[in-house]
Design a protein around this ligand. Sequence first.
Ligand code: AR6
Length: 170
Amino acid sequence: MEWKILRGDITSCAVDAIVNAANTSLLGGGGVDGAIHRAAGPELLACCRTLGGCATGEAKLTPGFRLPARYVIHTPGPIWRGGNHGEDALLARCYQNCLALAAQHGCRTVAFPSISTGVYHFPLDRAAAIAAREIRAFGAHPGPVKTVITVCFDDRTFAAYQRAAKTPEA
Ligand code: AR6
């Protein structure tokens, strides 16, 4: 499995699944969540209304509707509360659950945004290190997912994920 880090807008990614950094209501919001709902069209919100929300660290899948991606995998990341409230483990669970769901649906290519590092204020380098660890761990086992892409919306995020990708496993 290959892990790529790109700069760009996840809503334009023509992949099997894009991940949405959602909130537990799954009813939309700002940031990447707002962008995904705008690009997917109102059918996405209508579909999300039937899902009954989603716990932090868990993941739920919907069609991509008007997006070029076939599926959207919605995962609420943890809100940063200083680091002693299980934030690291919850962020790791987001990656694990999204990748497992993508594999269950036979996805070959999955694109992630930088979960929790916007409005939820998770420290960027720490989040990137967790993403790197979990993506590598998942990739160590053969399965349908052949390519994972982290799509970075700004230079700071791109630089942080590039650093994490260059840092060997501890
Ligand atoms: N493509 C890729 N990344 C993006 C895009 C995009 N189109 N737009 C923003 N980002 P955030 P969170 C980046 O705040 O911290 C929402 O209101 C952004 O620059 O979207 O997990 C939800 O409903 C940042 O690097 O997600 C929740 O309430 C990253 O995506 C809450 O925000 C994540 O920032 C979730 O907060």
